[in-house]
Design a protein around this ligand. Structure first.
Ligand SMILES: *Cc1c(COP(=O)(O)O)cnc(C)c1O
Length: 399
């Protein structure tokens, strides 16, 4: 069988349009394709591979658990899930955890919990959900409707109701939307897919205050920002604004699928037996790997390293920009970074990704105007420098 990109078009549903390169092996922040060509990985599986590829701690956890027990269902609980939940609650505002398999599912659980809480505590009228334009919360029908790009939820028939949007960082519009019928507000504490957009401090604080005034739950979607990505264990800890519900996925499993919804004991009690569930959620194999990832990332040296690497990334990107003048802004926090293309390259961020692949560098975009980097949180300095040398060649090839 010839396994190549052409086979994708033959046998796969056409909802993705992947690169012609098919990676087959990875180690740390380096990846090799079918032909043995080497790539430096600044994409990190879209903020998932927080410890790079085949990190020994994760490989060991997977092997060890793989020889013990893989799956039980939620009729029985399991040790890895209990240990991971204990560590997550010990290190965050939360008292309770629900495990899912992905970011969308963690958000779906968060939204269903918020609706159930509102009905139990306040009544049917309190159902409004507010979220933000350009926000991204996953692809289930509820989460994609709450997401801030109507194009992703249009064309599938009637949408879940009572979901409204306003602009991120626009506290006045938000104030005009929120009322006593508002059940929950869902936001990313730094918008990822939308273009690496940071919240203004007064905006997040204002959102928290208005949620309190109107008895609405604040849900932070930390699927992309969580587990060390911004240099804090969770981004809310760096903002000093605490949500009522938080979702985590992506880096949580370091590459093994898992999602989690975290909340307080008071809110959690509304998800009574039978109200929600998942066959795989909290599966021992996923939780064992996630526990190893969580332990490794939740370390003062690793988290401080993220901030040092952020500084190095930004300074090297600024150097490249000083030479070639292609970006209007280098932004983001920790290792969730965006380089906004300037007017000369408007709408053409993807060309940087394609040119980088030619030079042996994997990168990402966030929308049409932002080149995005979400590398391993433990990427060695040498790999950052080598990757940036390759990125410079890619930039040079475009100007
Ligand atoms: C990636 C992402 C999701 C969706 O996660 P999946 O695992 O693809 O379902 C949700 N929210 C944010 C902020 C994300 O970045």
């Amino acid at each position: 069988m010839t396994v190549n990109r052409a086979l994708f078009d033959e046998v796969m549903v056409p909802n993705y349009n992947p690169s012609a390169v098919i990676p087959v092996r990875g180690e740390g922040s380096r990846v090799w394709d079918q032909q043995g060509k080497e790539f430096i990985d600044f994409a990190g599986g879209i903020a998932v591979n927080c410890l790079g590829h085949c990190h020994p701690a994760l490989v060991n956890a997977l092997k060890e658990q793989g020889e013990k027990i893989w799956h039980l269902s939620n009729i029985w609980t399991n040790e890895p899930a209990l240990r991971l939940a204990k560590k997550m609650t010990d290190n965050t505002f939360a008292d309770k955890v629900y495990f899912a398999n992905s970011g969308a599912e963690a958000n779906e659980a968060a939204l269903k919990l918020a609706r159930r809480w509102a009905i139990d505590v306040h009544g049917e009228h309190k159902s409004k959900i507010i979220s933000f334009n350009k926000g991204f919360h996953g692809r289930t029908f509820f989460t994609v409707t709450v997401g801030g790009q109507a194009a992703y939820s249009d064309g599938f028939g009637p949408k879940p109701g009572d979901v409204v949007h306003c602009d991120y960082n626009d506290l006045e519009s938000f104030k005009a939307l929120i009322d006593d019928n508002t059940c929950a507000v869902m936001m990313e504490p730094l918008q990822g897919e939308g273009g690496i957009i940071a919240p203004e401090q007064a905006f997040v604080e204002g959102v928290r205050e208005l949620c309190d005034q109107h008895n609405a739950l604040l849900i932070f979607d930390e699927v992309q920002t969580g587990v060390g990505r911004t240099g804090e264990l969770y981004a809310y800890q760096g903002l000093g604004v605490t949500p009522d519900i938080l979702s985590s996925a992506k880096a949580l499993g370091g590459g093994f699928p898992i999602g989690a919804m975290l909340t307080t004991a008071e809110i959690a009690q509304h998800l009574k037996p039978g109200t929600h569930g998942s066959t795989y959620g909290g599966n021992p194999l996923a939780c064992a790997v996630a526990e190893a990832a969580f332990d490794t990332v939740n370390d003062a040296t690793v988290l401080a390293g993220v901030k040092e690497k952020e500084a190095l990334f930004k300074s090297l990107l600024n150097d490249i920009n000083a030479k070639y003048d292609v970006f209007s802004e280098i932004r983001g926090k920790g290792l969730l970074l965006g380089a906004v293309v300037n007017d000369k390259f408007k709408g053409r961020a993807r060309e940087f990704l394609v040119a980088s692949m030619e030079q042996g560098l994997m990168s990402l975009v966030a929308g049409a105007d932002v080149v995005r980097f979400t590398p391993s949180l433990v990427i060695p300095e040498a790999d950052i420098r080598e990757g940036m040398a390759r990125f410079e060649k890619a930039v040079a090839s475009l100007v």
